[in-house]
Write a protein that binds this ligand. Structure first.
Ligand code: 5RP
Length: 229
């Protein structure tokens, strides 16, 4: 089965967790796109009554086009659930996110949500995090000084993500440094803490202890993985 079909299956399956009356965090990326399309269909065709909180400008534009009512996170008392993609997840449901450069808003929304559901295809399941370069959001001020401090902390190659020959600018006006650690992040909590100690680091694409459910699409079909506490 092709990867796009797997993404679609995972994205659509996650919609089972959404019912009328919920405030729903809407993640970013090419997998959760299918969740947003299906939620939009249910809003239009079935009268599903939800309020969405987007995690990026791209998701806001898509959700608006789909007719999903949206609100600012600050204007809601709570979020029932966030559904988002991931770049990797390990056996402890620790995640690397930020491949789409939306990690800061994704993390704020995930922390505000009662439950985090991740939609993924089988390529995202790993034994140890880090084959996917770890995205780190950094301030534009002293970009290279911060990048060098990250190199020192992680002892690996770290590159500034670029777009059209210039450092990519996130929705928050920051940049992204990708740390090429290789699959060596055995202790993501310590890695995150060390990186957050660097003043120019705004946020790290490690999502520790946040995800409870992974909806995994593989050639065998959909598997719902639940974290055992
Ligand atoms: C964006 C993200 C995405 O959720 C992550 O990159 C997965 O995206 P995709 O479903 O396109 O593979 O963290 O910042």
């Amino acid at each position: 089965m092709d990867v796009e079909e797997l993404k679609k299956q995972a994205g659509v399956a996650a919609c089972e967790y959404v019912t009328s009356g919920m405030n729903v965090g809407l993640g970013t990326g090419s997998t959760v796109k299918y969740t947003i399309l299906e939620l939009g269909r249910r809003v239009r065709d079935e009268g599903l009554d939800i309020i969405g909180v987007p995690t990026s400008i791209a998701t806001k534009n898509l959700a608006e086009a789909e007719g999903i009512p949206l609100a600012e996170l600050d204007d809601l008392s709570h979020l029932d659930v966030v559904i988002d993609g991931t770049d990797e997840f390990d056996p402890g449901f620790q995640l690397i996110k930020g491949g789409g450069a939306a990690l800061l808003r994704e993390k704020i929304v995930a922390q505000a949500s009662t439950k985090m559901i991740v939609v993924a295809d089988e390529r995202k399941q790993v034994e140890c995090l880090g084959a996917f370069p770890l995205p780190i959001e950094v301030t534009p001020f002293a970009l290279n000084t911060t990048r060098r401090a990250i190199v020192k902390a992680l002892n690996c190659e770290c590159t500034v993500r670029s777009e059209q020959g210039k450092p990519l600018v996130t929705d928050n006006g920051n940049h992204i440094v990708d740390a090429h650690t290789g699959p060596t992040i055995h202790d993501p909590v310590t890695t995150e803490r060390n990186l957050l100690n660097i003043a120019g680091v705004v946020q790290v694409g490690l999502f520790n202890g946040m995800c409870e459910v992974v909806i995994l699409a593989s050639s065998d079909g959909i598997t719902v993985l639940e974290k055992d506490d």
